[in-house]
Design a protein around this ligand. Structure first.
Ligand SMILES: Cc1cc2nc3c(=O)[nH]c(=O)nc-3n(C[C@H](O)[C@H](O)[C@H](O)COP(=O)(O)OP(=O)(O)OC[C@H]3O[C@@H](n4cnc5c(N)ncnc54)[C@H](O)[C@@H]3O)c2cc1C
Length: 319
């Protein structure tokens, strides 16, 4: 028996969530004496080298049809992989592709699916999954009934990437000649134009959330940002309301940033936001709500009204 992790890659690069899933996969495999397999679809051969030491087996199915994610060929290829491996657990990233793929795969294979897991345990052939609800304020544990195979999607950023394990995975290559009649087809990646500033290259970001209240308050923050040599970024509601351009949005549907300092003002810290900024070197959060999830990842936290904190910060910085 085994665990099967679907590697996610985009434009020739393995996505971090793959090695994060392998960290979890290794833990579950070890606890249950299972083999950890990676499924590489249409992937660069270099990926096998990168993954060989952190799993037990790599199944490669290469075909031009699988070069970019497309649901129909992917499902067909996964079914092909399942002819040579019998997993107790299949892991897919809770990414745009994974969210699209997993429900269809669950239906196709008639297996239970739990989405957006932040942890998974396997005990006595049953899985227990951990998910966050109410915007990250509450954890919910699901105990599933026994089943031969489970499918889970794993939230990006929930685990550290797997560290070198010194394994030497066997490689199984499968062919994929069948032409798939696709209902949807990948056409091209369209690069977003940088219309205004590039927040991904900033050393310091002052980021505002819905807590800013109204657009009339933004100049106060803008002035503060300029004084400390920072660029202004935001959470999604601020961009959705048109208070700042979309190019300033941080998160899963915005930009991923890694500044030296990330100052989050009036941002609750929903996981979609955290994914885009959690790797910032120093995170400073100001929020009125002491239970705001942003405090779980902040290095420094201030429970207060941001409009009272900003003048104090300015004063300190002037000194
Ligand atoms: C598919 C999908 C993709 C998404 N992509 C993104 C994304 O890319 N980026 C993103 O950010 N979100 C994204 N979201 C939305 C995300 O789930 C949250 O809704 C969003 O991040 C919340 O933004 P917020 O923290 O600004 O607002 P809220 O959650 O409303 O939080 C506002 C916070 O401000 C605090 N506050 C209020 N007034 C003050 C004050 N005066 N001083 C200090 N604190 C104050 C409150 O306590 C609260 O914690 C996405 C959601 C979905 C479903």
């Amino acid at each position: 028996m085994s665990i099967l992790v679907l590697a996610e890659h985009r434009r020739g690069e393995l996505r971090d969530v793959t090695t994060e899933m392998l960290n979890l996969g290794n833990r579950i495999a070890k606890e249950n004496s299972l083999q950890l397999c990676v499924l590489l679809l249409g992937a660069d051969k270099g990926f096998t080298e990168a993954l060989k030491s952190v799993c037990d087996r790599i199944i490669v199915i290469d075909s031009p049809e699988l070069k970019d994610y497309s649901p129909d060929p992917y499902i067909k290829a996964i079914k092909k992989a399942l002819t040579v491996v019998n997993p107790q657990l299949i892991m897919v990233a809770h990414s745009a592709c994974g969210m699209d793929l997993a429900p269809a795969l669950s239906e196709e294979l008639s297996i239970p699916l739990v989405t957006d897991c932040v942890d998974v345990r396997l005990k006595d052939k049953k899985i227990i999954t951990l998910r966050q609800i109410y915007g990250g304020k509450v954890f919910s544990e699901l105990n599933l009934k026994p089943f031969d195979t489970y499918l889970v999607t794993i939230r990006p950023g929930s685990f550290e990437p797997v560290k070198e394990l010194g394994k030497s995975a066997s490689i199984t290559e499968l062919s994929f000649e069948d032409q798939v009649l696709e209902k949807r087809r990948f056409l091209e990646y369209i690069e977003e134009k940088i219309e205004d500033v590039d927040i991904t290259s900033a050393d310091i970001l002052v980021s505002i959330g819905r807590g800013v209240g109204k657009p009339e308050n933004i100049p106060i923050i803008q002035e503060f940002a300029e004084e400390i040599g920072a660029l202004l970024s935001c959470s999604r509601p601020v961009a959705d309301k048109g208070w700042l351009p979309k190019s300033r949005q941080v998160g899963t549907s915005g930009k991923t940033v890694r500044p030296k300092i990330y100052i989050a003002l009036g941002i609750s810290g929903a996981f979609q936001h955290q994914v885009g900024m959690k790797n910032s070197k120093t995170i400073i959060a100001v929020n009125k709500d002491p239970k705001a999830p942003i405090f779980n990842i902040a290095h420094y936290g201030v429970v207060a009204d941001m409009f009272q904190v900003i003048p104090l910060l300015k004063e300190k910085l002037k000194k």
